[in-house]
Design a protein around this ligand. Structure first.
Ligand code: ZN
Length: 539
């Protein structure tokens, strides 16, 4: 072949490849499905608002999501889903499925709240509904409603056109405790699932693939046992478990200076003894021990065990420990993330009203943020892997455990205000307002479109698994931190809910009487301090 002939063949070949690719991309049927799903989601905006506001009003903490799970599974049954309750040994966990056969697409999101985060929505300063009570100070009231609306929009199309496939919805129970997802994996909940589309509240519409920034963790409670004695009459006969707790606590604070920069750890004292005149026989403290990869999480855990041993030696007490939660560092699937991002670009950000922006800017000012530029108005980008050497730590999410067992992505949707500290009453302010309602609708559109991609283009699922098997898990394997018999810590938060539930019940949202939760609470939207008010904003 002459040089020129070879060149001609190459040009022809590249034209053919390009031609084939665009022929594959042009998929009028899929496009029509997506248009229909987007319209379907818009038509369910009222349902989305009711579900978002209802779950917000329950404000339940991890493992105590009793009303939340009752309500959400009730909705799903009403729409024809089969519900299995109490899965993986957790009373508030469930799986809802509809359809049959392959592919199986699992839509998940968290449902638990944050202690001390009770807050009136739409009010741009701290104003609890019930002082001291928990609330949705992370916006976990929005994700499952988003998934339900997305699933219903797709289900309608699947039913009519008899598309094969199974939709599975599931809740992230006790995400704030990293308490459920490793147990779901151990239980085999996802063994027949092709792809997990997880979703989490954010302040933009975005998605990422590869190793995420942030950490994984083990959550471990250390308990010491000594002996009681009269604290004044015969203190020399007692052995104080509280002394051991204090020594382990202060020892850890010294040691942390010499841990890697990427580590994060924090603890609370869960039992400090009974009363001062009785030497404490039992005392406990609870650590979150975080690092950016499995070997280093294990290492930090071993250091904590040694410190417990040291504290026990110093106080002549005994120690035991129990794992209460665990979250693996996350790795998200590239082909699925790219599919999600193409849909994000089609959906775009919601149209924020002046009232939405006024609330956002007033809250940012209230918190003393350097900038108060309101809600996101420019779409986020898809982001790639964070290199281990660049990862300086941060939060965790037990979706990591799922992401190491099958192709998984997290879609973030704009249902909150940028620039908040997180795990705080301020993150609850937007969570039952038009900001959350619109963010959920936008997210549900992306989620529905992605499900339609996966149902109609098996090549995406194939490349997702190629990536999972041959790239992600080629050299790195999942080594769970829980054992075959580690129980889920379902006792957590029992006392807090026992204390506040009856007071909170008075404020549960009643959609049969009120259009919105804001209306039920009699809140003018937005409510801002006079100094950050609408008038000043417009001057
Ligand atoms: Zn979260």
């Amino acid at each position: 072949m002459t040089m020129r002939a070879r060149l001609a063949v190459m040009i022809l070949a590249s034209t053919l490849v390009a031609g084939t690719a665009s022929a594959q991309d042009a998929n009028p049927k899929l496009d029509a499905y997506k248009t229909e799903a987007v319209r379907g989601v818009d038509e369910m905006a009222k349902l989305a608002q009711e579900m978002v506001d209802s779950v917000f009003s329950f404000g339940e903490l991890g493992f105590q999501e009793v009303e939340t799970s009752k309500y959400l599974t009730g909705q799903l049954e009403k729409f024809g889903f089969r519900v299995q309750r109490g899965v993986a040994g957790m009373p508030t966990a469930w799986v809802a499925t509809w359809g049959s056969g392959k592919p199986v697409i699992a839509l998940g999101s968290d449902i638990d709240g944050i202690p001390q985060a009770s807050q009136k929505p739409g009010v741009a300063y701290r104003d609890p509904i019930v002082e001291g009570a928990p609330g949705h100070g992370e916006g976990h009231n929005t994700g499952v409603p988003l998934n339900i609306v997305a699933a219903l929009a797709v289900k309608k199309i699947m039913e009519r056109d008899k598309l094969p496939g199974t939709l599975m919805l599931w809740p992230g129970v006790a995400e704030e405790l990293d308490g459920a997802k490793a147990w779901y994996i151990r239980e085999g909940l996802f063994k027949d699932v092709d792809v997990v589309l997880f979703t989490h509240v954010g302040n933009n519409l975005d998605v990422s693939w590869g190793d995420r920034g942030g950490t994984g963790l083990v959550s471990v409670e250390y308990t010491f046992e000594g002996e009681t004695a009269h604290s004044a009459g015969a203190p020399w006969r007692g052995r104080s478990a509280l002394d051991a707790v204090e020594l382990m606590s202060v020892g850890w604070q010294y040691r942390r200076e010499h841990l890697r920069l990427s580590h994060r750890s924090h603890h609370v004292i869960t039992n400090g003894g009974d009363q001062p005149n009785v030497v404490p026989r039992n005392a406990s403290l609870w650590f979150y021990l975080r690092e950016i990869d499995q070997p280093h999480i294990k290492e930090v855990w071993e250091i904590a065990d040694k410190m417990a041993e040291g504290a026990a030696l110093m106080t002549n007490t005994k120690w035991t420990s129990r794992i209460l939660g665990t979250g693996y560092p996350q790795h998200m699937n590239r082909p699925v993330a790219e599919t999600v991002f193409a849909n994000i670009k089609k959906v775009g950000l919601p149209q924020w009203s002046e009232a939405d922006q006024t609330l956002a800017r007033a809250l940012q000012k209230e918190l003393g943020n350097a900038t108060a530029d309101g809600l996101a108005t420019k779409l986020g980008e898809i982001t790639g892997p964070v290199r281990l050497e660049d990862n300086m730590g941060g939060g965790s999410d037990d979706i990591g455990d799922i992401s190491w067992n099958l192709p998984t992505v997290t879609l973030r949707y704009p249902a909150n205000i940028p620039g908040l500290p997180g795990h705080n009453w301020s993150s609850a302010i937007a969570s039952a307002t038009p900001i959350a309602h619109k963010g959920v609708v936008a997210g549900a559109k992306v989620q529905a479109m992605t499900v339609l991609d996966l149902l109609t283009k098996p090549e995406i699922i194939k490349s997702a698994w190629d990536y999972f098997n041959n790239v992600q898990t080629k050299d790195v394997k999942y080594i769970p931190f829980i054992k075959a018999d580690t129980p889920p810590a379902t006792h957590l938060n029992t006392e807090i809910l026992a204390k506040y539930r009856e007071q909170m019940r008075k404020y549960y949202y009643d959609p049969t009487k009120y259009k919105t939760y804001l209306e039920q609470l009699g809140i003018e939207y937005p409510t801002v301090r006079p100094t950050g008010g609408v008038k000043q904003e417009q001057e």
